[in-house]
Design a protein around this ligand. Structure first.
Ligand code: HEM
Length: 224
């Protein structure tokens, strides 16, 4: 049945070259751990991507129950965690994944740094990587507030106070991201929610696409 559907689509849109380009792409021997065990260091970019996909999928399901206002946020998370079928596991994946993805990204960055893989011609991809790095940290920061418990609110107070203390532009930055004169208030939660689920993921997807296009164009860096 699937063969028939595939042939039907392929006849009309000629999709074979698209997936062949991905599936038949040869990877050099020096990145294959079966040949050189130390090549396992090349897995961290892929693992970062894998967890990022899990974060996006689990996050999409979380938004089906999460209510982004200060009266209902905490209770909506409590309900999701304790009453909703599979709620605990979906929230758990998003919670632990958020830390694990930072660890994997950090190991990937160390690999690229210590192998000098950021050097010509890959400087631009390093810059894209640095932007991705900041976006991932910002995702962690904005997501942390969403459960709206004491830990979330007071941790965010600390970060916003730090932002506020930056000379000259600090107060403007703080007002922009908190949107609320009381440091952490109703507007801060809705703003962090919007940033966490729309602004940052959109930017992240664009940057990851750029990252992968450049890797395919330049190939993986050579053996040491
Ligand atoms: C969501 C985060 C990221 C994902 C999913 C990702 C994914 C990948 C993947 C799959 C590769 C192929 C090689 C490998 O896996 O080691 C790669 C290569 C590369 N990444 Fe990332 N990456 C991320 C973040 C970063 C960061 C934070 C940096 C640096 C600041 C960076 C810089 C690079 C560079 C320069 C290469 C080319 C390395 C080479 O050709 O040897 N990436 N990335």
């Amino acid at each position: 049945m699937f063969n028939k559907i595939y042939d039907w689509v392929d006849e009309r849109l000629d999709i074979a070259p698209i997936w062949r380009d991905i599936a038949d792409h040869e990877v050099p021997e020096h990145v294959n751990p079966a040949h050189h065990f130390s090549a396992f260091v090349y897995c961290f970019g892929g693992l970062t991507f894998f967890i990022t996909v899990i974060q996006i999928l689990s996050g999409m399901f979380l938004t089906m129950y999460y209510v982004p206002d200060i009266v209902n946020a905490w209770e909506s998370v409590y309900y999701l965690q304790n009453e909703v079928a599979f709620g605990q596991i979906v929230r758990g994946m998003h919670h632990w994944g958020a830390s694990l993805v930072i660890v994997m990204m950090f190991l990937h960055t160390l690999r690229v740094f210590f192998q000098g893989a950021y050097k010509k011609p890959r400087e631009l991809n390093w810059v894209v990587g640095v932007l991705i790095f900041f976006i991932m940290l910002a995702l962690g920061l904005t997501g942390y507030l969403l459960p709206w418990d004491m830990k979330a609110v007071f941790a965010t107070k600390v970060t916003l106070t730090i932002a506020d203390s930056v000379p000259l532009i600090g107060p403007a930055i703080k007002t922009l991201i908190a949107g609320d004169p009381t440091i952490v208030g109703a507007q801060t939660l809705t703003r962090f929610f919007a940033i966490h689920v729309f602004f940052l993921p959109a930017a992240l997807l664009g940057l990851i696409a750029a990252h992968f296009i450049m890797i395919r164009k330049q190939g993986i860096s050579g053996p040491l």
